[in-house]
Write a protein that binds this ligand. Structure first.
Ligand SMILES: [Zn+2]
Length: 375
């Protein structure tokens, strides 16, 4: 198991992948020229499996887990297609994106420097309460007064509300990528601007979201249509999408004080059931939860999940939930049109990166092993 500290950008990932395997397919190129790659591993047995990570580039453990399979091998009887990093441009992070957009060297270590650099290099296009939007080369960069506003809150919902209300702001943002300073949960040695950006995109009708919420839209960036096209051709019977979560911040203090140890990970299964969910998908999920438990990684309990997500109706189980009523169409929900098994893995990002990578590796291995018993 490895965490590849020298991979700082999507280009670094692409070179790493090319060094590991000769036959990486490049299904699209994103804005800075970094490719979205697919690598085929495993045996020749059909149906195919798809493993994917990095649509949310700040959730880096899944990317490193899939790169570890490329470097060290993967035990799978099935034809296994791997997309190690779905958003390679965003993986470079805020400062990298601003350097790309402005074509100059950028110095940002803190929020004050960020404002100075954006003022120097960008055009101010909008000023909101505790944040300012700057545009550089068709890309938006958000400055946030983080003493007063959590930039994750702005990203998850607040900007969307403003955009839907304000046609002028909608016109500014439409069709553009937006970078936000990341609040938390990098590996220990990274700052908010260093790597793996918190990134959104705005549809023409003013829907601001992260790239994993737009699989049902057709005016989307290459990160989405290329993966969608590939899957429509391949029709994998099992997809595992590797993500990470800040779920621990949503667990109420009362529950934390109860003495029950917080989990290390959980799974999300589609709330709209895949065709064979009872026969295949649920047993695969349970096998994943059991395997990580045996390896010493606890999953979130039913009561912790329920408390963290807080949906009115419950569809929670030990280690996973079948309920996610947030907006948009994430990959795992879109994929059930062809997949019998569609599962999102979520490790808790407050743990050391090596542990998060190991959990993803254990989950993927368990999923393949369990799937082979059904097909
Ligand atoms: Zn995610």
């Amino acid at each position: 198991m490895s965490y590849y500290t020298d991979l700082k950008t999507g280009h670094d990932i692409a070179s790493f992948v090319r060094r590991q395997v000769k036959s990486a397919e490049e299904i699209a190129t994103t804005v800075d020229g970094s490719p979205i790659q697919v690598v085929k591993l495993g045996g020749g047995r059909k149906p195919a499996i798809l493993l994917k990570a990095g649509n949310h580039s700040s959730e880096i453990a899944g990317i490193h887990a899939l790169l570890t399979f490329l470097a060290e091998g993967l035990q799978s009887p099935f034809e296994t297609h791997i997309i190690p990093c779905g958003s390679p441009f965003d993986f470079g992070g805020y400062r990298f994106a601003l350097e790309w957009a402005s074509e100059t060297k950028v110095h940002i270590e803190d929020d004050e420097q960020c404002l100075a650099e954006l003022t120097r290099l960008g055009r101010k296009v909008y000023e909101g309460e505790h944040f300012i939007l700057f545009e550089v080369r068709n890309t938006l960069f958000t400055w946030v007064d983080r003493k007063k506003l959590d930039s994750r809150r702005l990203f998850y919902g607040q900007l969307d509300t403003l955009t839907l209300r304000d046609p002028e702001l909608r016109a500014i943002l439409s069709g553009k990528r937006i970078f936000f300073p990341n609040e938390l949960y990098y590996p220990e040695d990274y700052g908010s601007y260093d790597q793996a950006g918190l990134v959104g995109w705005t549809s023409p009708d003013g829907y601001v979201s992260n790239l994993n919420r737009l699989y049902d839209r057709y005016d989307v960036p290459p990160e989405l249509w290329s993966i969608r096209d590939y899957c429509e051709r391949l029709k994998p019977a099992m997809v595992i999408d590797l993500h990470e979560s800040c779920i621990n911040t949503r667990i109420p203090e009362k529950l934390k004080r109860s003495g029950e140890q917080l989990g290390n990970h959980f799974l999300i299964l589609p709330p709209v059931h895949a065709p064979s969910y009872e026969a295949i998908e649920t047993p695969v999920a349970e096998a994943m939860v059991a395997a990580t438990g045996n390896a010493g990684f606890d999953c979130f309990t039913l009561s912790q999940l329920e408390a963290a997500w807080g949906y009115p109706d419950t569809d929670y189980f030990h280690g996973y939930l079948r309920k996610d009523v947030r907006d948009g169409m994430p990959f795992y929900r879109w994929a059930i049109r062809f997949a019998d098994v569609s599962i999102t893995t979520e490790t808790s990002m407050d743990m050391p990166i090596e542990k998060r990578v190991m959990i993803h590796i254990t989950l993927v291995n368990a999923a393949i092993e369990a799937f082979s018993r059904f097909l």
